[in-house]
Design a protein around this ligand. Sequence first.
Ligand code: NAD
Ligand code: MG
Length: 396
Amino acid sequence: MQRVAILGATGSIGRSTLDVIARHPERFEVAALTANRQAADLVELAARHRPRYIAAADAVGAAELVRAVRERGLRCEVLAGPSALAAVAASDDVDTVMAAIVGAAGLASSLAAAAAGKKILLANKEALVMAGPLFMQAVAEGGASLLPIDSEHNAIFQCLPPHRPGRLDAGGVRRILLTGSGGPFRTRPRSELASVTPDEACAHPTWNMGRKISVDSATMMNKALEIIEAHWLFGVPSERIEVVVHPQSVVHSMVEYADGSVLAQLGHPDMRTPIAQALAYPERIEAGVGGLDLAAVGTLSFERPDFARFPALPLAYRVLAAGGTAPATFSAANEVAVAAFLAGTLPFLEITRVIETALARMPSQAANSLEDVLEADRNARTVASAEVNSLRARAA
Ligand code: NAD
Ligand code: MG
């Protein structure tokens, strides 16, 4: 029995994970479910999946959570507050941790799972982007195993030879080809982008995801974060990571070898496939995802990304070259800008502008400790919020 803790259980990845787990009661047991503060949703999920623990990051909702658990007659233990999630992630009652919190909020619990030597299924790419070297070091020192859930990285993982870390040349790997759909605005005239709404930005053509990552897909900031994610996960230098736009989202990424072979992983754009792959690895299990009817798909097309339309992409390479705290600044400023866009206080095209401003005002510094990373995160949020406010004042 694999005892699984799902951090971010009420989200899109969390629910897809529960869907896969429920198909295999003989293999998996839900050990813990966590959310930010969605008490009602959490209790609903707990009633269905009977975890040993439920935890809310926000201690304010704890009383409500305890009351709801009692009313439903559930027998789970309730934890709350910022340290509750890390405690769950490191618990002796947990073998596998699905890290599916969105943004920097997932960093502490992902690191706790790494230090405790868990099997980590990593969806929370922001944690790895912010603290890449520290995170990989925690995984190595804790004896954890790290399996990527992000569909592209899961595809790359499936296409790479075994014994990967730091051994790409030995494995004959030439390049990583990271595919991206191009999002909802791939062909939208630039003049119209200034006034697009949050709902338009979140209407992704091929994937159904949480709102933050949906906006990231529309700016292609998601692909920018994924370049950095691939760099840390697989130890690939950035000049060997190339983005290919593939609007159908059927090829989830590719690995090119020295002999000219290109291996790809294909499938429906459904996150249950990478989740099932990682949960059962190295075995294969049913994920509830149907077969791929290639004749019905008809055409798979590929384009070079437009760096002028999507400035986040060239920025990612610059951020990787700068190293240190630059990736944390990059990701944190984006979180602030996306939240402002979703709240209707920042126009779409200003999202990358806010990120550029934060990077320009905060030259990269050494990131030798978690405290260095968290300080860069805090400062980037301050700078980005000030920039959002000043853009707003100028527009008024
Ligand atoms: P979501 O918004 O649907 O869910 C986020 C979850 O995180 C919720 O359970 C929420 O309660 C929890 N959360 C939010 N803020 C929190 C906080 N401050 N403290 C504790 N918990 C908090 O997001 P999602 O789309 O499921 O994405 C989750 C992660 O997976 C992101 O890092 C995203 O980039 C990554 N990812 C998602 C997809 C996808 O298809 N949705 C694909 C690839 C990668
Ligand atoms: Mg992805």
